[in-house]
Design a protein around this ligand. Structure first.
Ligand SMILES: Nc1ncnc2c1ncn2[C@@H]1O[C@H](COP(=O)(O)OP(=O)(O)OP(=O)(O)O)[C@@H](O)[C@H]1O
Ligand SMILES: [Mg+2]
Length: 362
């Protein structure tokens, strides 16, 4: 859960919504609203922590909506609101998975108390999940453990030697008549690329085995995101995917380490590009929040099945033929090291939205 709690209000009574919005914003909540089932499902794609759902909506009923929201956003909590309480509606609310059930007109203190309780539950559950995830990650890392670090060093030495010999080889080949060079230089380039890939992999391994201390600085995000978009422009073009950034002007600076933050964005954007079919879109955007900056990388790809979603932050979990499964665990490690939170949810573009938060620089 992000630091600023996000509340989604669903009611077709505009006056009530305005009223509630004002109260909740005064309490420091981030509020979005909708007046119908369709509107709520659309608004929910932007993510929320607690939804306040009216039972009777113009295009459907709140119970079915609650069920759908619970299904799409298992990490969030739903509080149902109704004008006339009956035993049936209460039972239906419980069955739909609502956290609580309030009767209109609910007093402001009652409403705020219920929201606080719902948020506490959301937070506890997120913490529980996070702990379970960390335990799982720690277990896997222990299994791979120091062996990885040792092995990586052992591999790095011969790899360096091979790289050096390639340079020698290339220099000798360049002395051949120009027309004779290509049949030798092409395979040489292939070998060099593969060695670079291995070196990259080793760096990922080492980063896990011995995470470095961070040197935090106040950083503007705009140049960082631009650099990543520029670096990946060729890859995006090759794949026929539109890669674009959408940062508001005046976005506050964050506390971070340039190199690490770039690695987060690269890993997320590469995953997004890899998941998105030709003609699709990958979007990097950000929002300022009172304490933090929220950054998202989302795509119009196929999204992530719930069963896969549970495992994506595990080291070495990959559904790709040549994936190492280290991209997201590294993102998770770096974001956590920065004091932020990372999450994934469905994207309004149709695919996956990976988001993370960074503390604002002070
Ligand atoms: N944007 C996305 N859309 C759909 N699935 C995704 C997306 N990003 C990640 N995944 C899923 O999460 C898995 C883990 O991602 P991760 O970046 O950790 O490893 P990888 O991409 O498979 O390999 P590596 O990044 O190490 O080359 C992926 O194999 C893929 O199944
Ligand atoms: Mg990846």
């Amino acid at each position: 859960m992000a630091l600023t709690p996000r509340i989604l209000l669903v009611d077709d009574n505009a006056a009530l919504i305005d009223n509630l919005r004002e109260t909740l914003e005064e309490e420091g909540y981030l509020v979005t609203s909708a007046g119908s089932v369709a509107g709520a499902l659309q608004a929910a794609t932007a993510g929320f922590d607690v939804a306040l759902v009216d039972l009777r909506l113009p295009d459907g009923n709140g119970t079915a909506l609650t069920e759908q929201l619970r299904n799409d956003h298992p990490d969030a909590a739903i509080v149902m609101l109704t004008g006339n309480a009956t035993l049936e509606t209460a039972a239906a609310a419980v069955r739909a998975g609502a956290f609580a059930y309030l009767v209109k007109p609910a007093s402001t203190p009652d409403l705020l108390l219920t929201l606080e309780q719902a948020l506490r539950q959301v937070k506890l559950q997120a913490e529980k999940r996070e702990l379970a995830r960390r335990a799982q990650v720690a277990e896997k890392l222990a299994a791979v453990g120091t062996m990885t670090a040792g092995l990586s060093h052992e591999i790095r030495n011969p790899l360096n030697a091979a790289s050096l010999q390639l340079v020698v080889l290339e220099r000798r080949l360049r002395k051949l008549p120009p027309l004779e060079q290509p049949p030798y230089l092409e395979p040489l380039k292939l070998v060099r690329d593969e060695i670079a890939r291995l070196e990259h992999l080793l760096q990922d391994f080492l980063q896990f085995a011995r995470p470095r201390e961070l040197t935090l600085r106040a950083l503007p995000l705009e140049p960082l995101v631009s650099a990543v978009v520029d670096l990946l422009a060729g890859e995006a073009e090759r794949r026929g995917v539109r890669l674009w950034r959408d940062l508001p002007v005046g976005l506050p600076q964050v506390q971070g380490e340039d190199e690490r933050l770039r690695q987060i964005l690269m890993n997320l954007a590469l995953n997004a590009l890899e998941a998105t079919p030709r003609g699709g879109t990958v979007r990097i955007w950000a929002q300022a929040r009172p304490e933090e900056v929220w950054i998202a990388v989302e795509d119009s790809g196929p999204g992530i099945e719930p069963a896969v979603r549970q495992r994506i932050f595990e080291p070495f979990f990959s559904t790709k033929a040549t994936g190492s499964g280290l991209g997201l665990p590294i993102v998770h490690a770096i974001v956590t090291q920065h004091g932020g939170v990372v999450g994934v949810e469905p994207s309004a573009l149709g695919g996956a939205r990976f988001w993370f938060t960074l503390l604002r620089a002070r």
